[in-house]
Design a protein. Sequence first.
Length: 93
Amino acid sequence: MEIRTEALGVAKAADVYGIDRNTQPRTTPAIHELLQRVEGEYREMPGLSLTMSEAERLWGLDRATCASVLTTLIERRFLRQTTGGAYLRAPSG
């Protein structure tokens, strides 16, 4: 299932791939559900470490949507990004 950015109402994704990092996606039911789904996957698999490409494939997302979701979760301090580009669950604390 591929979720297109336009269908979710995301004005701009926030990501290092050249997309404006200061723009927040509109909170639509689809985005809210997607954020919960990704958080759930990371909670269920504590050692989960994904690159952007792996995350796109796992969740069937286009790059802009995936970047927006991962960046939102980093901003919420749920995820962190390693220097190698992998996305991991941030330490609680």
